[in-house]
Write a protein that binds this ligand. Structure first.
Ligand SMILES: Nc1nc2c(ncn2[C@@H]2O[C@H](COP(=O)(O)OP(=O)(O)O)[C@@H](O)[C@H]2O)c(=O)[nH]1
Ligand SMILES: [Mg+2]
Ligand SMILES: [Zn+2]
Length: 225
């Protein structure tokens, strides 16, 4: 790439991001008017986003009125699974795009009956890189880091670890079989992001889901004040 074409690309990216931020702000205002908390759930493919959603729905079904927005490059597999739980679900197929953006969320929010909801959880496209750059209007950014992915991910993808409000370490049932230094991982993440909340869970066994669900109830309450 020539120096000139490099210079030309930077303002274009900034324009896209700021146009997105403007719509994200409008989404946020829509949610705040109705006192809804929206969570942007990010992780690599297979880390356990849909599994954590299912466990969260199971725990909070009687406490919060929830809906799910499912982002995928293609297919409705995850949305179909959530719909079986009798929770309102909207599928966004990004048509190849590797992240959700605020205009997509605006269209999805139009399909939900907002006065009936307390909490919306958005399953972003499986990707640790760009989803974090595209605000959706969310109140909380959460990432899942799963044990088999290894404990070095904060070094490789610092952007997402710096930006999130909470890191959910999933698949802790696999700790006896996989090298993952939990203490070192915690130290590294809190060193990068001192305010981050860290949860250790297994969506397979249900261990650790209760503290995560309690925290989510508490955070949702803040949006309703
Ligand atoms: N052993 C184990 N497997 C899990 C756990 N959570 C999810 N999985 C499995 O990991 C795979 C991917 O999970 P999924 O929720 O679809 O991940 P997503 O792509 O991030 O939505 C599935 O086969 C799940 O059964 C866990 O805590 N322990
Ligand atoms: Mg999924
Ligand atoms: Zn992307």
């Amino acid at each position: 790439m020539t120096q000139k074409s490099k210079q030309m690309q930077v303002p274009i990216v900034q324009d896209i991001l700021s146009a997105n931020d403007e719509i994200a702000l409008q989404n946020r205002e829509t949610l705040d008017r109705t006192g809804i908390c929206m969570v942007n759930l990010m992780a690599s493919p297979g880390a356990g986003k849909t599994s954590l959603l299912l466990r969260t729905i199971e725990s909070l079904r009687t406490k919060l009125r929830m809906a799910v927005i499912e982002g995928d490059i293609a297919s409705t597999v995850d949305a179909d699974r959530i719909a079986q739980e009798n929770i309102p679900v909207v599928q966004i197929n990004t048509g190849g795009q590797c992240h959700l953006d605020a205009p997509m969320l605006r269209r999805a929010l139009h399909q939900l009956h907002l006065p009936d909801l307390d909490l919306i959880i958005v399953e972003n496209v499986g990707n640790l890189i760009c989803p974090v750059d595209f605000h959706l209007g969310e109140h909380l950014n959460i990432m899942i880091a799963s044990v088999p992915e290894g404990d070095d991910k904060p070094y490789k993808y610092p952007g997402i670890f710096l930006a999130v409000d909470a890191v959910v370490i999933n698949k802790i049932d696999l700790l006896p079989y996989v090298h993952f230094d939990l203490a070192a991982f915690r130290t590294l993440v809190t060193g990068m992001n001192p305010d981050v909340h860290i949860f250790e869970v297994s969506c397979e066994t249900g261990v650790g889901i209760a503290p995560w669900a309690d925290w989510l109830v508490q955070q949702t309450g803040k949006c309703q004040d």
